[in-house]
Write a protein that binds this ligand. Structure first.
Ligand SMILES: *Cc1c(COP(=O)(O)O)cnc(C)c1O
Length: 431
């Protein structure tokens, strides 16, 4: 495969950006090799700067549930942009997108649009702290919530710990307000509430943790979180930046039938443009400025072009049987690979929910915690990754990342892709 142009562009980019990229995972550090510079996307496919074609399972890390450059989304963007791209004043399009979401989602009553998932979570945490008058937050090892200071914290040693910062530049004082516990562990959460009575403002979780493998949680664990938050006057915050509009229009809240106090969205909500959102009951949202004392603002919040893209995308998602079809396609795809691996006795599991899948080189029936992922298994992923890339399949360049299937991946494409995956496994296990 010719990668000359990508190599040239990457070496130029290194003069402009740290590591040559504007977001670290794009640099291919965990799989090695040259990141492909993407020139174009259409439907389920992308083309790199050298003209190589790939079937795309990265989907820009989740947002593109209807594939690249969907006609409805592109039309909405161009029509709207022709009438001006930003006003810093309210527009009708914000009402439309909010109406579309709120009238189809019983879990939130009011919302705020922001410009990224990070911003949504950061604002939601401020809301939880502002409304509760408490300082601490509780998060789980293995969940990602964007790059704001109080969330760049990983577990220290011990069951209930103040985390260690996972980034230079995050003051220890911030880290002290973030308690980190393992997923799938009721005792750890109980111990945290016992150690910090009346101090925890909120428990934040990806109800479907999908940023560090796909660590599917037991429903009982999520229900337990709901109960312990209620009993202790803490808010339960579902970070649905990936799972929202992905596993169903109402996300994980709808899938599990659990009502969190605050929900954050991102990725799919903006149709591929930069949009995030957070929502809660009307009463809780009344704490947000200018109604209440919790300040939160944004020059480009509710941007009309982004709103139009979101409306177009979510309208497609609301079509009859949209999620049922997507899930059926995903199941058929993963089943082929799973059956092949079983027949060959390969050490492999595929975990999936809705149209999200994750390949783990493990024999464990369930992987529910970050700790249960064997870092050594990533060597196998590297081999698989490059085999797939060479054969026209694009995944996110890390074995800790999940894959996404879109509504425009055809059954034929998925069948062919599953065959390439199987051949890739032969390569992995031959070495
Ligand atoms: C992607 C993601 C974020 C951060 O969103 P950005 O738009 O990248 O800032 C936060 N939480 C979860 C669960 C995510 O998947």
């Amino acid at each position: 495969m010719n990668t000359k142009r990508s190599e040239e562009l990457y070496s130029k980019a290194k003069n402009y950006f740290p590591g040559g990229v504007n977001s670290p995972v794009r640099a291919f550090r965990s799989v090695g090799g040259t990141p492909r510079f993407i020139a174009k996307g259409k439907g389920s496919k992308i083309w790199d700067a050298d003209g190589n074609e790939f079937l795309d399972f990265c989907a820009s890390w989740g947002p593109l549930i209807n594939g690249h450059a969907h006609e409805d989304v592109v039309n909405a963007i161009s029509t709207t942009a022709a009438n001006g791209t930003s006003f810093g004043a309210p527009t009708e399009l914000e009402n439309h997108l909010a109406e579309l979401i709120l009238s189809n989602n019983p879990y939130i009553e009011k919302m705020r649009f922001v410009s990224s998932g990070t911003e949504a979570v950061m604002s939601a945490i401020r809301l939880a702290r502002g409304a509760s008058g408490r300082k601490k937050i509780l998060k789980f090892e293995g969940c990602y919530h964007g790059h704001s200071d109080s969330l760049l914290v990983k577990a220290g040693s011990g069951l209930v710990t103040f985390g260690n910062t996972s980034s230079a530049g995050v003051p220890e004082e911030f880290v002290k307000e973030t308690v980190v516990v393992p997923l799938d562990n009721e005792a750890a959460v109980e111990a945290a509430f016992k150690e910090f009575p009346n101090e925890i403002a909120c428990v934040i979780i990806e109800p479907i943790p999908a940023n560090n493998g796909l660590l599917l949680q037991r429903k009982e664990f999520l229900t337990f979180l709901r109960d312990i938050c209620t009993r202790n006057g803490a808010y339960l915050l579902f970070d649905e930046v990936i799972s929202g509009f992905r596993v169903g229009f109402t996300g994980a809240a709808g899938l599990y039938g659990i009502r969190p106090d605050i929900i954050t969205y991102g990725k799919i909500i903006g149709g591929g443009l930069p949009v995030g959102a957070y929502g809660a009951s009307a009463q809780l949202m009344s704490n947000i400025s200018p109604e209440g004392g919790v300040y939160q603002a944004g020059t480009l919040s509710g941007n009309p072009v982004a709103m139009a893209a979101g409306i177009a995308q979510l309208s497609l998602c609301l079509q009859k049987d949209f999620y049922t079809n997507l899930e059926a396609k995903t199941k058929a795809f993963t089943a082929t690979i799973r059956n092949y691996a079983a027949q060959k006795n390969y050490t492999l599991r595929i975990f999936e929910t809705g149209s999200i899948f994750w390949i783990a080189f493990s024999n464990d029936e369930a992987i529910r915690t970050a700790e249960a992922i064997d870092p050594k298994s990533m060597e196998k992923f590297r081999v698989l990754y490059h085999y797939l890339l060479e054969n026209g399949i694009y995944l996110g360049p890390s074995g800790y990342e999940v894959g996404f299937i879109s509504s425009v991946h055809t059954e034929d494409e998925l069948k062919r892709a599953s065959e390439i995956f199987c051949a890739g496994l032969d390569r992995v296990f031959a070495s």
